[in-house]
Design a protein around this ligand. Structure first.
Ligand SMILES: Nc1nc2c(ncn2[C@@H]2O[C@H](COP(=O)(O)OP(=O)(O)O)[C@@H](O)[C@H]2O)c(=O)[nH]1
Ligand SMILES: [Mg+2]
Length: 356
């Protein structure tokens, strides 16, 4: 899973990025730009994985990972060049919106106004999509001139769809809220429109917690989520030992790490589920889209496992944690044998049997 972090200058993007990546940051240049785009990986916190470690006592526990890109932006005329390339490749976008009032941190605009920034970012994303749409519409028009009948028909259909999306965008409706015929889904996904991507809005509240107007910031609708945290506080907490961190959070009345929440909401936004494997004394978490068949889930681990798939032995995390051991689950008949087409559920603990 890859997530592009966007937001206006001084909103806290880089701070949040470093907190999520906990120091595991690489610089990557996309295209020929002078400034690097930073990428980092974060482990996906999952309490179930921790307790599987306690039950199974493996040599190694490996969480699933998510990759974040820190994409500086906010030029006012849409995303372009290498930034656009990075964002188009992302599965979801995370918009950091500044709400914290800190006189020592300059603001590029006259005043802190999260509601305005949410609207401005929507416009920025829409501008990027409009530029792509316009280029494509022009090219289609040129192609139609020399095209034969069947090809011309499909170009006409595509052009009608793109024109409709463009009209919608110009009226302020993001592509993710627009309807397109099912048979155009492939065409549409090829464009990687930014306003079609799932969007997680993270309001950076500052250390004092949410101020007024949070409810106005929350943008809604399918494919969007909204949460709040203090990027600086989360960053500082990553410097503490896990015990100290928990103690601090408890003393502040924070039940959950803001970073864990961001990861959890991202998974939900992308309709991903987690399953767990135990192989060669390693317990490991994986993520796949909801309704992934077992044989495809096996393929995530190794292509050989997909090719030689025989069956999957499945127990739910809840059953396993209740029984206390895999052997006990087997005895109680809670270990199920499932075939290729079984759709993997969140929390499944799976052993794949396969021919090599
Ligand atoms: N007071 C306060 N300052 C913050 C918070 N998050 C970020 N900052 C500060 O805001 C400034 C800009 O943050 P940065 O992450 O570089 O923003 P970016 O331009 O969006 O990448 C830095 O000085 C941060 O320390 C926060 O939660 N509270
Ligand atoms: Mg930055």
């Amino acid at each position: 899973m890859e997530i592009g972090i966007i937001g206006f200058p001084q909103s806290g993007k880089t701070t949040l990025f470093h907190a999520l990546a906990r120091g595991r940051v690489e610089s990557a240049s996309q295209g020929s730009g002078r400034r690097d785009v930073h990428a980092g990986t974060a482990r996906m916190a999952d309490r179930r994985l921790d307790s599987l470690g306690d039950i199974i006592q493996p040599d190694k526990v490996t969480p699933a990972e998510v990759k974040y890109w820190d994409v500086p932006a906010g030029s006012g005329d849409g995303f372009g060049g290498r930034y656009l390339t990075v964002l188009q490749g992302a599965d979801a976008l995370l918009h950091v919106v500044r709400q914290f009032q800190d006189p020592s941190v300059a603001h590029v605009k006259s005043a802190v106004d999260p509601v305005r920034d949410v609207a401005d970012m929507e416009a920025e994303l829409a501008l990027s999509d409009l530029a792509i749409l316009e280029r494509r519409l022009e090219r289609i028009e040129a192609q139609q001139k020399g095209a034969r009948a069947p090809e011309r028909d499909s170009l006409t259909r595509e052009s009608a769809l793109l024109q409709r999306l463009k009209d919608g965008l110009e009226q302020g409706v993001p592509v993710r809220r627009q309807e397109a015929p099912d048979q155009m889904a492939d065409v549409l996904s090829g464009y990687q429109f930014l306003t079609a991507k799932p969007l997680l809005t993270v309001v950076n509240t500052g250390e004092d917690g949410p101020g007024d107007g949070m409810d106005r910031v929350a943008i809604g609708g399918p494919g969007t989520e909204c949460t709040s945290l203090s990027a600086r506080l989360e960053m500082e907490l990553t410097q503490l030992s896990p015990d100290d961190e928990e103690e601090f959070r408890a003393s502040m009345g924070m039940t959950e790490s803001g970073l864990d929440r961001v990861v959890r909401m991202s998974l939900r936004l992308l309709s991903l589920v987690s399953f767990f494997t135990y192989v060669s004394r390693e317990v490991r978490a994986w993520t796949v889209p909801e309704d992934t068949p077992a044989v495809k889930a096996a393929g995530r681990i190794h292509t050989d496992m997909e090719r030689g798939f025989i069956r999957a032995e499945v127990v739910s995390f809840d059953d396993l944690s209740e029984c206390g051991s895999l052997a006990q689950c087997k005895k109680q008949g809670l270990l199920r044998l499932e075939g290729k087409g079984y759709s993997v559920k969140d929390g499944d603990v799976i052993t794949f049997l396969f021919n090599t």
